[in-house]
Design a protein around this ligand. Sequence first.
Ligand code: BGC
Length: 953
Amino acid sequence: MTQHGLTPGEVVSDVTISDVRFEHHRDAFGIGETRPRLSWIIATTARGWRQAGYEVEAYRSDGQLCDRTGRVESDQSVLVSWPFAPLSSREHLTVRVRVWGLDEQPSEWSDFSPVEAGLLHADDWAAQFITPDWVEDTTRPQPCPLLRREFDVRAGVTKARLYVTALGVYEAQLNGTTVCDHVLDPGWTSYNHRLRYQTFDVTSQLGEGRNAIGAILGDGWYRGRLGFGGGRRNIYGDRLALLAQLEIDYLDGTTERIVTDETWHAARGPILASDIYDGETYDARLELPGWSAPGYDDHEWVGVRRFDRNLAILVAPTGPPVRRTELVAPVAITTSASGHTIVDFGQNLVGRLRLTMYGEAGQTITLRHAEVLENGELCTRPLRTAQATDRYTLRGDGVETWEPRFTFHGFRYAEVEGWPGELQAHDIYAVVCHSDMERTGWFECSDPLLNRLHENVVWSMRGNFLDVPTDCPQRDERLGWTGDIQVFAPAACFLYDSAGFLTSWLADLAAEQDIAGVVPFVVPNVIPMPSIPAAAWGDAAVIVPWVLYQRFSDMGVLATQFDSMCAWVDHIATLTGEGRLWDKGFQFGDWLDPSAPPDKPGAARTDPHVVATAYFAHSAELLGQVADILGRADDQAHYLQLAAQVRDAFEAEYVTPAGRVLSDSETAYALVLQFGLLRDAEQRRHTGKRLAALVRESGYRISTGFVGTPLVCDALCSVGEFDAAFHLLTQRECPSWLYPVTMGATTIWERWDSLLPDGSVNPGQMTSFNHYAFGAVADWLHRTMGGLAPAAPGYRHLDVRPCPGGGLTRARARHITPYGAAECAWAIEAGQIEVVVVVPPNATASVTLPGGNATSIEVGSGTHRWSYPYSIKRNLHPRSLDSTINEFIDDPEAWTTVLTTMRQHLPSLARHMDVGTMMQWNDNMTLGQMLSLLPHADELPTALRAALAALER
Ligand code: BGC
């Protein structure tokens, strides 16, 4: 055998295996799965490559072969069952894989990928939680405690691991330096049910002789303020505590453990107060230099006491930690009219500031953060009660660098007060923080505004994937609102590998369901009232695992979440009884429909019970499919029958035989089309027409809220109304996806008009500038405009159906699927279209070319190109006062011209039209006829004629 494991004479193909992964870990270190499923990515120049078999070998740390599978006849390369004995606590293996194609040629072996288990059982922990032995007033933020102890290390260390977590947030240090680059460990989970611990390889941080270990604790989500309306402190407990177990292995086969116990000491450090919402206060004069290094004199420190806590709730992470992922430099530093120094980072982001300064001891710098300015001053009203203020008091002994540790803010602007001397751009950076997921999705097209929209979605995802999928990252909220991630999950799973992150959150969701199966509004649940079921929000229990299955081919998450999904659907079934209509009780409904007044975000035009029963039918149907996939025939029959009953009840109550649906709104039609709630094709056709008519009637401005907006473009396309979908997408007037972009948005806003057209901030109580929910449309950009959709779980089979429209001349979507990179790009030039499709090895695609006869071409892996004559359909009829309003509405350029001209000559009417509440017109009314009905419009027709004529030149 050669080093490749080949017998002499065996031919090696150009097939290579990379990225051997365990479960969804980027770094399979300290994992909690005993049988981690394996995935690998295959690269080859061969076209149509399919895997015929694979072989996996596992080696121990000493290089000895531990186990091998031999060749397994299988085409599976994603989440393949663990083929060896289950991992035990601390077990470390390296694994390599090779594969055979249908041509029976073996690949070379992959590189070795390491995997190491964490502490899998409560009794692996010799450590106990410890808390400083002092009395605190925890009704308000307290100084962050430091904990430490020293210990001796002998010669001959082979490896050292630190297993650590906290009640609170922590930063662990060894011999004067932090042990990792994580931020806000252990993250936020439903602490009463699941508390994460982290595992670090600290071998290189130990030295022979005296060593020291230390940790700083902060309030974080554990006992800091959480929740709107003032929130509450101490939700999970009022004592911060540390659990740490340092295990040192020696050459002689012995192991020593340094654990948290009564031998540790505690002191108050320089962080005087720290809070997620309110910020951090740090007095550098109170630093204790060398406190986590050996030789520090801690005889004045206080003792610690044990803090009893059930260690069975400890879990290893399934997703990546939060890290600092980017440094952003200021684009401008200005002085406001009131004399404040304001730093603009040019991008609304989430993280905190890093300062480098030089000044006198005792001088305090105050940093306030905000997403927007109003009248040139920091606008903090949208933050509600969150103070978002950091304070640093200088040591005064030279150059000082500081970044807060246990807080984060959502901001584009910072107001800096008390800076010693003149603030320079290189003195201050914004440090972007979020869960460090792998970026896997990209999109771009010929419209710079759409590209910025997409970029804004990415930034809003980054800002709101900080350990928990949150609604917003800045105000006194930042909670895991279930409805928001329910609609955003598909876009999220394309843009970043969110599988491990969302798997953890779903475990919390299941843990937080009450005994009746009700899913709380937010997960982790910090709402101090019994949970109430709400459609589209609670349905996250079913839909988010379904999305993970579709996008990552993860059947495991369906199996793990199955009971949680059933509990939710069963609860709604009980609630609705034999009638099957969910028509009572509280609902958020089509939240933030633009017609709802700023202070009544739930007052949508769609009846909330239409939304509720539609979602009930959808979740029951998906659950039936999940049961089928899991081989649970009885459950499958039960839930599919339930879904049919709900659809019948829905139809009887809300749908006319011809296909009108209560409340005759875009959201209602989008729901019935997307959730398959109509009985026959004729109804569907009629409904599709009605939806398109409504979309046009609203002047191609958004008329949908959280529920309808993610569905409306797909619904239009499903009935062949592609132009209407593009028209809606490319609208720039408010409300629309692009209106915020024209107003300079760099993230997705909570409201279509978070910033009003006159530049003022929306007066509503809820006005965030960083909410991903309306960014769910990115998934449509990827799948429809870009043409890259999964046709089988994990994109094993791709549905490539690029859809040019809206006058765009090119688009490109690229995604690292579980099988490798897939891409679809199209470009129209000089009467030709070129379509390029990349399919990863071991996957296939059905390609439907634009403008063709709708039959699909089946292709295997490789790069495929098509080029053929194609012209962009353009409506170039000249528009005049004799054109109908409908013709104008369908011609964005001409309609914008009409509106702009009206704004100049008849602002009152233009305003009326601006907010999407246009007067009704009949289909054949011309612009001229409409004008003849208006008072004081004498000079308007002339101005309009001139403006429209100018368009034709
Ligand atoms: C949040 C939302 C959430 C909603 C509930 C808001 O305060 O920011 O995004 O889904 O409440 O409807």
